[in-house]
Design a protein around this ligand. Structure first.
Ligand code: F0G
Length: 393
């Protein structure tokens, strides 16, 4: 296998340490001479099963990421009158899909001889990066929007030993700043503008096909910085180019109403976004107004003949409760937006009966315990007496 790093806008080739082209375009990895040595045999055990399509040359830094469960959701299928599956990325080592990207990204950092990695984050990227940096023996630096990151994620980044800096600004500003910092300090940038990180995330597509044995009609997922939807679509496209499948699913991006630049662009048929200046949503993971991968994401949506949908906070929380209470799947609010989005598309007739939908739930319930207490209330406290307990049952 060989590969090159190419600008998606002008086609210029770049060295492995570039993140973007001089023309401003995003970069992507393109493969040549791939010899497929895995079988889509119903056993998607993890990211590194698909190593022949992952652009690294050294032994990977791995915490056994990927191989996440794909649940058939009978209760939701009945209610929504279509075949609903949930791929639960919350089951990754750090509790989110970011681990798929970090195993590749941190391995690349070592390969390039870097001593430190850095990211801006709404939380999950930082938790995952800190974990993999610890495993690799690299220093980790994190910029977060102060007061807007769920508690579990900050706890992870701190415990895994990252230097965590909270800025009085939002994620978009943190990303601008960390890009500057990385240039100045020679840190390896591990936000999703890093094309190697996205290579790891494309394995979600491989695992879906591997486990289902066919290509679903739709893949529905939350969109924040817009890397994951681009990565997953690339995964399906590569399987098609290798003649392992003969179609790709329609990609559906779900955004929160207060942070919806991709949704707006799709509704207007545009291929560039207009940033949202003060993004706001209960789903803090996707509280992003200026997604860096917008161009890739819009291509994925248009090329796959998919669409975008927006959901409000109430719809997100309802979907979070439904996943937890009807299917036993515990997810954080951003992840629940996938089900909230699917519900909208079924209601307006976009998705019909007999169609198969895979919702990606991107992060675990325990990432954001504070929101749970807000929407579910506190446990009932009673004196330690049998009668008192019977009274409240
Ligand atoms: N869901 C969760 C739980 C996330 O943490 C994120 C992104 C997304 C969805 C959106 O994915 O950015 O690829 O479109 N979280 C980033 C972070 C921004 O810093 O953890 P995307």
């Amino acid at each position: 296998m060989s590969y090159s790093l190419v600008c998606i806008e002008c086609g210029k080739e770049h060295g492995e340490e570039s993140y973007t082209c001089d023309c401003g375009g995003l970069l992507e990895v393109r493969f040549k001479d791939v010899e497929v040595d895995f079988k889509l045999d119903g056993n998607p055990w993890g990211v590194w099963k698909y190593r022949c399509l992952l652009p690294v040359k050294i032994d990977p830094v791995t915490l056994k990421e990927g191989g996440t469960p794909l649940y058939r959701c009978d209760s939701l299928s009945k209610e929504l009158n279509c075949r609903v599956y949930v791929k639960h990325e919350g089951a990754n080592p750090s509790g989110s899909f970011k681990d798929r990207g970090m195993t590749v990204g941190v391995t690349k950092a070592l390969e390039l001889g870097k001593k430190a990695v850095a990211c801006a984050s709404t939380g999950n990227t930082s938790a995952s990066m800190a974990m993999y940096a610890a495993k690799a023996g690299l220093k980790a630096y994190v910029l977060l929007p102060a007061g807007k990151v769920a508690l579990g994620k900050v706890a992870q980044a701190l415990m895994h030993g990252a230097k965590v800096i909270a800025i009085k600004g939002n994620f978009d500003r943190a990303l601008e700043l960390v890009r500057q910092v990385c240039k100045e300090m020679n840190f390896y940038l591990l936000n999703s503008v890093n094309p190697f990180r996205l290579e790891g995330q494309k394995t979600i597509a491989f695992e879906i096909v591997d486990e289902l044995g066919f290509v679903p009609d739709y893949v529905v997922l939350p969109v924040g910085n817009a890397g994951n939807i681009s990565a997953i679509y690339k995964g399906f496209k590569e399987l098609k180019q290798l003649s392992l499948i003969d179609s790709t699913p329609k990609m559906i991006g779900v955004q929160a109403k207060g942070a919806n630049p991709i949704y707006k662009a799709v509704m207007e048929g545009k291929d560039v976004i207009e940033p949202v200046t003060n993004p706001e949503t209960v789903a803090t993971a996707i509280r992003i107004g200026n997604p860096v991968n917008a161009r890739k994401a819009l291509r994925a949506i248009y090329e796959s003949k998919g669409t975008a949908v927006e959901v409000n906070d109430e719809e997100i929380i309802q979907a979070q409760k439904d996943l937890a209470r009807k299917e036993g799947i515990g997810v954080e609010p951003a992840s629940a937006s996938s089900l909230a989005g699917l519900r909208k598309l079924v209601e307006n007739g976009y998705i019909g009966s007999d169609e198969t939908v895979v919702c990606i739930t991107t992060g675990h319930l325990l990432k954001d315990p504070e929101i749970v207490l807000k929407v579910c209330g506190q446990p009932i406290e009673v004196p330690a007496e049998f009668e008192e307990i019977i009274k409240v049952l």
